[in-house]
Design a protein around this ligand. Structure first.
Ligand SMILES: [Zn+2]
Length: 171
């Protein structure tokens, strides 16, 4: 961190606190996961993408930003680093139980987005693993009625893609 004419700058694009006047649990949560890219990094780790290069490829984010966000998530105890190679030592990122508790948040964002934020076929459907039923808005399987935990859920890509910009709807 360096000071330039009274402005505090954080290395790697880390932001200072955004909501200093708020004593609010939502604001406090957004201080942790509300930075650009952070929730998508958490999403990818939920999907089983755990290594730096794989996350970088999946997200297409600048490496310094990814590095900063990952460090922040580790500092906050949402992710933990686990060595998967010794010489040289390389780490992958795993969810802690605190991180896994973000699953309902991610599901709510996904389902709200399905309903209001995307225009067209859903790109991802979350199913009850081994059963195939979709999850409702309480993360309950619509086929068998089970309450589905994160480890019993399976995200399935439908293959739907964003329509090319400028595309017109056939008359
Ligand atoms: Zn089911």
């Amino acid at each position: 961190m360096q000071r330039t004419r009274g402005i505090v700058r954080y290395p790697g694009g880390m932001l200072k606190r955004d909501y200093t006047t708020q004593y609010c649990s939502m604001a406090a949560t957004l201080e942790i996961i509300g930075e650009r890219w952070t929730i998508l990094i958490v999403r990818d780790v939920f999907l089983g993408i755990r290594r730096f290069d794989d996350l970088q490829r999946s997200l297409g984010v600048a490496r310094n930003i990814l590095q900063t966000r990952l460090e922040r998530l580790v500092e906050h105890g949402i992710l933990r680093k686990k060595a998967y190679q010794e010489h040289p030592v390389r780490y992958e990122y795993r969810l802690t139980s605190k991180g896994a508790d973000l699953w309902p948040v991610l599901m709510s964002l996904l389902q709200w987005g399905d309903r209001y934020a995307i225009d067209g076929e859903r790109p991802v459907i979350v199913e009850h693993r081994g059963c195939g039923g979709e999850l409702d808005d309480r993360r309950r399987c619509v086929l068998c009625g089970a309450d589905v935990s994160v480890t019993e859920a399976l995200a399935v890509r439908t293959g739907a893609r964003r329509a090319p910009s400028g595309a017109t709807v056939p008359a």
